[in-house]
Design a protein around this ligand. Structure first.
Ligand code: HEM
Length: 446
């Protein structure tokens, strides 16, 4: 989509107030901010947020433009406060060979062999969690979904055991993600200051684990990341800590997808019944990667959850030079944000995109094949580019959670849980998902 700018025509939009730009409405609800402006202006608009002149682009063509490294660089692309919370230069901020080398190291923690070894660990943790929830009476499910998401990533990738250290990490990651969706005011007691303190505690814990694995590697993801390919360079301890921090943040946010599974299966009993039939026929008691891969409807449901669930509002890049998109000029140095969820609904290629309809991913309809980048909830392009290395990990974890839920448990949700509050990133069900869970092996087929 890149071409030479023939005229200086900036995208439509408003640069807001002097200095502040449109930072306040953006910080308050970045998802709503982007949605509203895409409705007014179409798939490209300009704004000024967090001290940066910016353009937001959405849709599959925009995804292709965004991953064109001739036009869009990742260097210095993030607003400084977000970069600070990541602790430094991790993968999303790297370009070229430096990025590729680091990416190959991280990907070693998520190979098929590594993922296969994670499945039994994830199954045990998830089944234990369901037993806890069954015994809890009415409870708030969301903090528990956060806890098992942290547990899933920390036990498999870092080899940690549940306990006080992991509970503290869970609390600290909540503070860090609160910091993403706030103004970067570094005064005592502000959400941003608390987020930075939490980040420092986290980096200290992770550094300890990196040192330990360097000296005594095991089978966990971190050991795999630290061990270079034959003859290849080894990732440094400092970089391993940064990448681990990003990996745990990303693993933590899977809680939003788990909450979406709970909400959607509650609202769509027909989908749950079809899942139950497939699971009864094909899922063994002890789940494996092969067994999860052999259930096509399960993958359709998980993909439809991913298509619709808002997790991050946009990903950040920066115009390497002045280029054109959609007939508009994007000036050199401007921040370029590719909006994720709008690219899968209003600005996407799907039929009735607002409907929850897993069959759109069936081989007969294959709506996700309508465009090379039609379905990119975890980024577009090649795995060695900036596409999410946790794509398969999140898919398998979501599938496993769904299988355990559908084949063993029934649940009730309190009324009005459907509203998402967009004050946080990822957005959360406003009542925290008040629920009761009970053992009911026949529940799926009911
Ligand atoms: C369902 C949950 C997840 C969602 C929605 C998600 C989404 C994304 C998105 C949109 C990107 C940006 C792609 C780009 O810049 O083009 C990304 C990158 C990344 N994700 Fe995920 N992710 C998820 C889970 C995970 C998990 C479990 C991990 C653990 C490994 C992970 C690790 C990363 C890393 C390290 C990057 C940076 C990759 C790079 O710049 O090369 N993510 N993810």
């Amino acid at each position: 989509m890149s071409d030479q700018p023939s005229e200086k025509k900036l995208p439509p939009g408003d640069m807001g107030l002097p200095l502040l730009g449109e930072t306040l409405p953006f910080a308050k609800n970045p998802f709503g901010f982007i949605d509203e402006r895409l409705i007014s202006h179409g798939r490209t608009f300009r704004t000024s947020v967090l001290g940066r002149k910016s353009v937001v682009i959405a849709g599959p063509d925009a995804a292709g433009q965004f991953i064109d490294t001739n036009d869009v660089t990742r260097k210095d692309s993030m607003p400084p406060h977000i970069q600070e919370l990541f602790g430094g230069q991790s993968l999303p901020l790297l370009d070229g060979d430096e990025h590729r080398q680091r990416k190959l190291a991280v990907m070693r923690g998520f190979t098929r062999v590594a993922l296969a070894s994670y499945i039994p660990i994830l199954q045990t943790a998830t089944e234990q969690a369901f037993e806890r929830w069954t015994a809890a009476g009415e409870f708030t499910w969301l903090p528990e979904l956060k806890r098992i998401s942290i547990e899933a990533i920390c036990t498999t990738v870092i080899g940690m055991k549940p306990g006080a250290e992991m509970d503290q990490l869970c609390r600290d990651y909540e503070l860090v993600t609160d910091g993403f969706a706030t103004l970067p005011i570094k005064l005592p007691g502000t959400a941003f200051s608390k987020a930075l303190e939490a980040r420092d505690r986290i980096l200290g814990v992770l550094a300890g684990h990196v040192r330990a694995r360097r000296h005594a590697p095991t089978q966990d993801g971190l050991s795999r990341i630290l061990v270079p390919e034959a003859g290849g360079p080894s990732i440094s301890d400092e970089h391993a800590v940064l990448e681990l921090h990003h990996i745990v943040i990303a693993g933590y946010i899977v809680f939003a997808e788990l909450a979406e599974i709970v909400r959607r299966l509650h609202d769509h009993p027909g989908v749950r019944r079809r899942l139950a039939q497939e699971i009864a026929q094909l899922a063994p008691a002890a789940l494996t990667l092969e067994a999860l891969t052999a259930m096509p409807y399960l993958l359709q449901v998980v993909n439809e959850i991913k298509r619709l669930c808002p997790v991050v509002p946009a990903i950040f890049g920066r115009a390497r030079h002045t280029f054109s998109f959609d007939g508009y000029t994007i000036p050199s140095g401007w921040m370029v944000m590719w909006a994720v969820t709008p690219s899968h609904n209003a600005q996407g290629v799907y039929t009735n995109p607002e409907l929850f309809d897993p069959d759109r991913f069936s081989p007969e309809r294959a709506e996700d094949q309508r465009h090379e980048h039609a379905f990119a909830p975890q980024g577009a392009g090649a795995p060695t580019g900036h596409k999410c290395p946790g794509l398969d990990f999140s898919t398998y974890f979501m599938e496993l959670f769904t299988v355990i839920l559908v084949r063993g448990y029934a649940y009730d949700l309190r009324a009005n849980h459907h509203e998402l509050s967009f004050a946080k990133t990822p957005p959360e069900p406003s009542d925290g998902l008040r629920a009761t869970v009970r053992r009911d092996p026949g529940a799926g087929a009911a």
